[in-house]
Write a protein that binds this ligand. Structure first.
Ligand code: KG4
Ligand code: ZN
Length: 360
């Protein structure tokens, strides 16, 4: 089992990749739908599904061409089974299972957050088990103790909005385009520190949970205070940058402080940061500083693998495959599996990471 094709289609990015068990990542390709959804200020699920249908086969062709191989060279296909938008997931799942069936090779369902969580292992140096993972994406904010592939213990998570959602919603309130996280970070770089202070909900809650929904209300109030209707409703650019700066500071403060608390609580010395918000430079700077002060190591995926991509799914598939008994994976086994299941496959739009071993 050497060459794994990965397919990611959980939200608004179609990603494909080829990962080789010995040679590493051979090729990856991505199409982002950001511009298409941008017109609507957020992801439109039906448009997302249709675009995945348009993109997925050309993107599979692109990675096989880049890697100089053909479909029959592929030994298994990993795909994102959930969580995510059901229509979008169905596109990746159906293509993966149909191709796997026709090639008579295994199809491996992958949990999207497991892909994120393992993605720093694609880099060199890579963390070693066990480590703490701070998973920060558009839909999740979780602290997880990772003892090995498939061994994930949830230490804390958001009780309402995710960190990425807080970035995106605040960005929208400041008139920035979708997806707002990177836009807000860019604007924050021009902001003056200390002009505004926004709340840091649950900072001192004594546990490892997060809450971000109050932040957008505070940003909303601040933005309105500085854009009185009587003056035409516009906030000047410097004030928007100052508010963006304060917003980023509040989110980064809470994320960093809880991540440090998780390291202290478990006594572990390695932190992995994954998911789209892991691309945030301010968060990285804060954690790097803390790592050198407190003597722990922090790992990030390559910037291009922080946000959704096919490489993390192919890689997670390769690691999952290594755990299987070899005799269950031979050619022909998949056909038997499909016949038994009546050619059914399913997706899991809502899926708890801790339940993955029980579900598979
Ligand atoms: O992991 P991801 O690509 O998709 C999900 O699984 O949700 O994460 C997307 C999230 C969005 O909320 C986006 O605004 C945020 O990650 N994001 C950032 C940055 N880059 C992406 N947030 C803050 N700073 C960034 N540089
Ligand atoms: Zn993601």
């Amino acid at each position: 089992m050497n060459l794994i094709l990965g397919i990611e289609s959980s939200c608004d990015e179609t990603g494909t990749a080829l990962y080789h068990g010995k040679r590493g990542l051979l090729a990856h390709a991505l199409h982002t739908q950001a511009a298409m959804h941008g017109e609507y200020g957020g992801v439109v699920p039906e448009l997302a599904s249709r675009d995945h249908i348009r993109r997925v086969l050309p993107l599979i062709r692109a990675v096989t061409q880049k890697a100089g191989c053909a479909l029959p060279d592929i030994d298994a296909i990993a795909y994102t089974q959930g969580p995510g938008l059901s229509g979008a997931l169905l596109v990746g799942a159906s293509i993966a299972c149909a191709l796997a069936y026709s090639l008579d090779i295994p199809a491996i369902p992958i949990h999207h957050m497991e892909g994120h969580l393992l993605s720093p292992l694609l880099s060199d140096p890579a963390p070693e088990f066990p480590f703490i993972a701070l998973l920060v994406s558009g839909g999740h904010t979780q602290l997880i103790r990772v003892d090995g592939v498939g061994q994930y213990a949830l230490l804390g998570e958001t009780v309402d909005d995710a960190a990425g959602e807080a970035f995106d919603k605040s960005a929208k309130l400041l008139g920035l385009s979708y997806p707002g996280g990177p836009e807000l970070a860019r604007l924050a770089a021009c902001g003056r520190p200390g002009l505004f202070r926004l709340p840091r909900p649950m900072l001192h809650s004594g546990d490892l949970d997060f809450s971000f929904s109050g932040l957008k209300t505070a940003v909303h109030t601040l933005a309105r205070q500085h854009a009185p209707v009587a003056r035409g409703g516009g906030i000047d650019q410097q004030t928007r940058a100052d508010i963006a700066h304060a917003t980023q500071e509040a989110i980064v403060d809470v994320l960093a402080s809880k991540a440090l608390a998780a390291l202290k609580q478990t006594g572990l010395g390695q932190l992995v940061v994954a998911g789209g918000v892991g691309a945030n430079q301010q968060l990285r700077a804060r954690l790097n500083e803390a790592a050198s002060e407190r003597n722990f190591r922090v790992f990030y995926p390559e910037l291009e693998f922080c946000t959704d991509n096919g490489a993390m799914i192919a890689f997670a598939g390769a690691l999952r495959l290594q755990q299987q008994e070899p005799d269950k994976l031979g050619k022909g086994s998949l056909r038997a599996f499909h016949v038994k299941r009546g050619y059914r496959f399913d997706v899991k739009p809502r899926w708890d990471l801790q339940k993955i071993n029980r579900n598979q």
